[in-house]
Design a protein around this ligand. Structure first.
Ligand code: CTP
Length: 399
């Protein structure tokens, strides 16, 4: 649930600062809004430009922008943030947080923040063991600051021990878990999501395809992952960028999608088929490019396997299957027929219109449960629709 969350990252001076661009990237891929404040010392280890490019926001250091004269308002920053994470957080900043000093923008923002605060301490092992540091950390915990514990391992000094900053992926997971809805039934559940079109080859350069972009399925995968599911996305040909934390298998044809989905569904809890699978393939793919020698060209098409139907009819009792029904007319009736014929737990009706269907940024759906419950959405962004779908399945499917 990191989407649209305002995450403020504070960076203090320490070698681990070089790892924070990766944290920014991970958060941005989840569509979080990220702003970064560096202490002046942090800039010896990471550049403002790198962080600005990745966060798509100016990286803040001073109270006043030296060029524009603009005031970086620490109170506004503190109120803007849904979460503040200071990483790496050195012993100097930890001590100042305890004593309430505010001689830089990061510390004043910390004092103004009303949101949850995490720090990821990073220092050499002997510094980390100092009683003063440990006492300061305890004080911060007592005051409600969460510590993302330092790790054991090689340190920049050449020594080895506890003091390394937690890895960016660990910090990312802490933030993600914080925003995961507490009523999520998806936590730890394995969900296979298919998305995108399939391409059925005619010859080495041509194919039969459709206009699906894969966006709806990708949005669903995003939200499920935010809700704590272990998602395996089976993606047909698509130009969309897929975040690295979503396990993805790319496929081209319906046959390939069937094989990969079938394998992924073994041991999974749910299948959501949002892919626009080609219903037919060319009976004989030409090994060479077909020349335009004849006036007419006839292609013999044969039916593709119905992936959803096949996997749904052979599912285990605990496995749930959800399909889409893309319709231009008689939507509800056709969707219910598909739900029954394919023995689905729920079907999502997608009526094709100028606001919904392929290649549109928005969608409008009906979700129909096998027991007859229905929910209808407004026209909304595919991301909002994905939230509605996951929220509804969370309530309905695991009853
Ligand atoms: N589907 C599938 N394998 C196919 C065709 C469709 O798994 N060969 C899945 C889709 O991913 C979707 C559901 O079945 O979840 C319904 O797809 P849709 O194209 O709406 O319906 P079809 O069953 O193909 O029937 P028709 O095209 O005749 O409407």
């Amino acid at each position: 649930m990191l989407q649209n969350k305002n995450i403020l990252i504070g960076i203090t001076g320490g070698i681990a600062a070089y790892k924070i661009p990766l944290l920014v990237r991970l958060l941005k891929l989840q569509k979080a809004n990220v702003k970064v404040i560096c202490t002046p010392a942090a800039l010896q280890f990471v550049t403002q430009q790198t962080l600005s490019v990745l966060s798509e926001e100016p990286t803040l250091v001073d109270f006043f922008d030296p060029e524009s004269g603009q005031w970086n308002h620490h109170v506004q920053l503190g109120l803007w943030a849904d979460a503040l994470v200071i990483a790496p957080c050195g012993s100097n900043t930890i001590a100042k947080m305890v004593s309430g000093q505010c001689d830089n923008l990061l510390l004043t923002t910390y004092l103004s923040a009303r949101c949850p605060v995490w720090i990821a301490p990073a220092m050499d092992l002997d510094m980390f063991q100092q009683e003063s540091v440990q006492t300061n950390l305890k004080t911060l915990i007592e005051r409600g600051v969460s510590i993302i514990d330092a790790e054991n391992g090689p340190l920049a000094s050449g020594l080895s021990g506890k003091g390394r900053m937690a890895e960016p992926e660990t910090i990312f997971t802490v933030l993600k878990d914080h925003f995961t809805p507490k009523n999520s039934q998806f936590i730890g559940k394995k969900v296979v999501v298919t998305a995108g079109p399939t391409y059925e080859a005619i010859d080495p350069v041509r194919f039969i395809g459709n206009h699906s972009t894969g966006q709806m399925g990708l949005e669903i995968a995003h939200v499920l992952s935010d809700w704590g599911a272990e998602v395996h996305l089976i993606m047909g040909p698509s130009h969309l960028e897929i975040p690295s934390h979503i396990k993805t298998t790319r496929v081209i044809s319906a046959q390939e999608m069937f094989e990969k989905t079938q394998n992924a569904f073994i041991g999974s809890d749910m299948l959501i088929m949002s892919a626009a699978v080609a219903d037919y393939r060319v009976e004989q793919t030409s090994p060479e490019k077909i020349k335009k020698s004849e006036e007419h060209l006839t292609l013999n098409l044969v039916k593709n396997m119905d992936i959803l139907k096949s996997l749904s009819l052979s599912k285990q009792p605990h496995q749930k299957t959800v399909g889409f029904a893309l319709e231009t007319n008689n939507g509800l009736q056709n969707a219910v027929e598909k739900l029954e014929k394919k023995q689905l737990d729920a079907v999502i009706l997608n009526l094709v219109s100028e606001h919904s269907g392929f290649k549109t940024p928005t969608n409008k759906i009906h979700i129909i449960h096998k027991d007859g419950r229905q929910k209808e959405s407004e026209i909304a962004s595919k991301s909002d629709i994905a939230h509605l779908i996951v929220e509804t399945l969370n309530q309905w499917i695991f009853d």
